[in-house]
Design a protein around this ligand. Structure first.
Ligand code: ADP
Ligand code: MG
Length: 453
């Protein structure tokens, strides 16, 4: 049988055995490139996907192929370069679209930018048009117009998206001529700590000073960390004096970062400061439509309007609702009526936190991941315990908005920074990893259910 036909038939079988979200995330891009002497070679777009598929789906794939061609005894998973894939794959257009979802994983190792954050996919409305205008102005005048550019605003309003979008756009426009570096302030802090500890501070300085555009996300976190602030101050000056562009984001304006050194504050205030506020109704509609288009999903206008009217807090929440809708309709085959949407919004967004106790969350997480309550709240650092514990920390924060010190203390007398780290890490992972996203949604559902029984 021809390779393509064999694979198409096998994929049809596989599709019935995995959730459609997993299928489109992991397997849609696969190809059968060879089949001889009992070995079938399945090609995947990159190493990350290859590993994932090999670990999770090898059995299903072998079974499905063998049900069609039982001469196959073994599957080998390989990585195919994009170019080679493009040549062999018939439906070129289909490919390009799907590749967008893979792009999520390919953070550029040089710049640390995630290519999924583009200015083209950033919806502009009254809440962010000033910030957007400043961003575009910078692209044409790197280092000379607004320096630093300081963008601030609440959680989930698009700061990371916008500042990474600037970086990506500059990257496209100037190619390799402009060196860009994006880091979270947490990464910057870790570098400084590592530099001190390993006596390699000079390397760290070089790393940050050999750039033309330095982007630091959530700069508010360096407040109060003296050594980091000092290093940053010198890096800032070195870059600034050489007309290098500095872009910063923060959850509040410089004047409101309580422990920020005065000299840094005045540096920040010497550039352009713009805020991003809550998106208005029209912008929310535009954002929902854009996200649906990106995910190739359809929702009727009545539901779009309903979401826009009810989910107002931030864009991340809108994405959360859409992900959940997608999950309900694709994985659980629930029809998306207004009633269903209403329930999702009520459960997930409006956080009926009063009725849920921290214990309920811990019990469900423990049950789901098969970890005892004792381990979850204990000091064990075994891998089987640490992962679920981080998820528990995430949920305690996400669902109950408990304080980080409280969460850290409750789960093994840990420092609040551990809780912050767990929350932020999980949140990042959820955005990248559809399987984890689904697991967490499942757990949330169980928590809500445990509440109503
Ligand atoms: P912040 O850094 O301010 O907490 P993010 O940049 O992480 O927020 O945004 C949260 C999510 O919402 C991201 O997935 C981002 O792509 C999306 N988002 C935020 N603002 C917009 C916008 N104006 N247009 C499109 N997507 C947006
Ligand atoms: Mg951010």
């Amino acid at each position: 049988m021809e390779l393509q036909t064999l694979w198409k038939t096998a994929l049809g079988e596989i599709e019935l055995q995995v959730t459609s979200a997993s299928f489109s995330t992991w397997l849609k891009e696969s190809l059968l490139i060879d089949n001889h002497e009992g070995v079938a070679f399945v090609a995947l777009p990159n190493n990350f996907v290859r590993e994932w598929v090999e670990n999770k789906y090898a059995k299903i794939i072998l079974g499905s192929i063998r049900s069609i061609d039982d001469s196959v005894k073994q599957i080998r998973f390989v990585v195919k370069t994009d170019i080679a894939l493009q040549k062999t794959h018939g439906q070129k257009k289909e490919r390009q679209k799907k590749q967008l979802s893979f792009a999520d994983f390919r953070v550029d190792p040089e710049t640390n930018l995630n290519p999924k954050y583009t200015l083209a996919s950033f919806v502009v409305g009254s809440s962010n048009e000033l910030a957007y205008a400043a961003a575009t102005a910078i692209i044409n005048n790197v280092g000379t117009k607004y320096n630093p550019l300081f963008i601030y605003g609440g959680v989930g309003l698009g700061k990371t998206h916008l500042i990474q979008g600037i970086g990506n756009e500059i990257g496209v426009k100037y190619e390799r001529a402009v060196r860009i570096k994006y880091v979270s302030s947490e990464q910057f802090t870790n570098d400084v700590i590592g530099g001190i500890r390993n006596r390699r501070m000079e390397d760290i300085r070089q790393k940050y000073r050999n750039t033309d555009v330095l982007i630091i996300d959530d700069i508010q976190f360096i407040g109060g960390k003296e050594k980091t602030e000092e290093e940053f101050f010198h890096t800032f000056n070195a870059l600034y004096e050489n007309n290098k562009q500095i872009i910063l984001s923060s959850d509040r304006p410089p004047g409101s970062i309580p422990t920020l050194e005065e000299r840094l504050r005045s540096r920040f205030e010497g550039g352009m400061i713009v805020d991003i506020t809550y998106p208005d109704y029209e912008t929310r509609i535009a954002i929902i439509k854009t996200k649906l288009q990106e995910a190739e999903l359809y929702l009727p206008d009545t539901i779009i309007n309903y979401i826009a009217s009810n989910v107002k807090r931030n864009v991340r929440e809108i994405e959360g609702v859409l992900n959940n809708l997608f999950f309900q309709s694709e994985a659980k085959k629930v029809e998306l009526t207004e009633k269903v949407v209403e329930t999702i919004i009520r459960n997930i967004i409006q956080k009926p936190s009063q009725n849920i106790s921290p214990n309920q969350i811990l019990t469900v997480v423990g049950d789901y991941f098969k970890v005892s309550l004792e381990d979850l709240t204990g000091r064990s650092r075994k891998k089987e315990v640490v992962g679920p514990r981080q998820i528990a920390m995430y949920l305690l924060r996400d669902m109950l908005e408990l304080s980080y010190p409280y969460i850290g203390e409750s789960l093994g007398k840990r420092d609040h920074t551990t809780a912050i780290h767990a929350f932020e890490k999980t949140q990042r992972e959820i955005n990248k990893n559809q399987a984890l996203n689904q697991k967490i949604m499942m757990v949330k559902e169980m928590i809500y259910k445990s509440n109503s029984t």
